[in-house]
Design a protein around this ligand. Structure first.
Ligand code: KG4
Ligand code: ZN
Length: 320
């Protein structure tokens, strides 16, 4: 529950991680079933915790993509039913815009800005000249950064999602294994993480076959050093190319301590005037408040959805 696009009245999150953990990743059918079970409970809890009744609401925000179609459809159905029952406008929100606007819950945004969006499904650099305007200037050609963390973590026997644990392990080790820095020198703002992932997996499998024992903390540190160096170098290059006042880092991987530290140091050195904004840890991962924050912008632009709004699993940034 959000007030004026920037104050959180409640932010109820139903985590399903324990159910997915034993499969080593999200199982779409399991995710859909959990959404059905949780959605009305979450709606009630959001109202109760905020101390708000439906007649005090101005609009209902809903994300319609990108994401898993089953989970999106359940959110859409619930949001439509609630909006229709209470005579409220339905505001369509892009999940990735939500990650960017999570930042507004802690600090005002200043345009033009550049957002580094790093999550389980996306890695992209988004240039914004004003509220609600998104231009993707670079993106991953294969795996997302979070996806690479999760796949590499699996090889090390860590439980899903392994980004946080790998990050902690990395802080106990050193960058001793020589992993590739893909596309670092290329003159574009795109990324690629599948080569790094394969290099990591091959190294671990070859060592296993030879009976060699590798240093897990050093492996984590070396992997993280590669991811962070590429993300930071390309982001700073983009900040020098575009006239930005702020750099926003958002999405689940924005919680990464290595990324936060190295980006801060590199900016202080290379672009000391540029303001860096990263949401607090609890607003980096998927949450309800970020969708409300992004919806505030859409509502001001009178972007109201019709009741036939459909889920779009591969929704890209665009105006609707
Ligand atoms: O944004 P998010 O919560 O969900 C998606 O929209 O994908 O991002 C989840 C991703 C997972 O891949 C998870 O491993 C990663 O964020 N993640 C991290 C950290 N915390 C979460 N990756 C690296 N370091 C972290 N500290
Ligand atoms: Zn997300």
């Amino acid at each position: 529950m959000i007030q004026n696009g920037e104050t959180v009245l409640s932010n109820i999150i139903a985590s399903q991680i324990n159910s997915h953990r034993r499969f080593g990743g999200v199982v779409p059918e399991v995710a859909s079933r959990h959404h059905v079970e949780q959605i009305t409970l979450c709606l009630n809890e959001a109202l109760t915790e905020a101390g708000v009744t439906p007649d005090q609401l101005q609009a209902v925000a809903v994300t319609y993509g990108p994401g898993l179609v089953g989970a999106l459809l359940i959110g859409l159905s619930a949001a439509k039913a609630f909006a229709w029952a209470h005579g409220l406008p339905l505001i369509p929100v892009n999940h990735m815009a939500g990650h960017i606007y999570a930042t507004r819950l802690v600090q005002p945004l200043k345009f033009p800005l550049l957002a580094l969006l790093v999550s389980g499904g996306h890695t992209e650099l988004v240039y914004m000249v004003e509220d609600g305007s998104y231009e993707i200037i670079g993106e991953t050609r294969d795996d997302a950064a979070g996806e690479a963390y999760d796949k590499v973590g699996r090889v090390l026997g860590l439980s899903y999602p392994s980004g946080k644990e790998l990050d902690q392990l990395a802080h106990q080790g050193e960058d001793t294994y020589d992993f590739p820095r893909a596309m670092l020198k290329e003159d574009n703002f795109d990324f690629s993480f599948s080569g790094l992932k394969s290099a990591f997996i091959n190294l671990v499998h070859n060592a296993e076959q030879r009976g060699e024992v590798l240093d897990t903390a050093n492996l984590a540190a070396s992997f993280q050093a590669s991811v962070v160096e590429v993300l930071v170098t390309k982001t700073i290059r983009a900040c020098k190319t575009y006239p930005v006042k702020q750099l926003v880092i958002a999405g689940g991987v924005a919680a990464n301590q290595g990324l936060r530290e190295v980006m801060k140091l590199a900016l202080a050195e290379e672009l000391p005037e540029l303001e860096l904004v990263i949401p607090p840890l609890k607003l980096c991962g998927d949450n309800a408040a970020m969708i409300g924050a992004a919806a505030h912008v859409e509502l001001q632009k009178q972007h109201v959805a019709a009741m036939d709004l459909n889920a779009n699993p591969s929704l890209a940034f665009q105006h609707i």
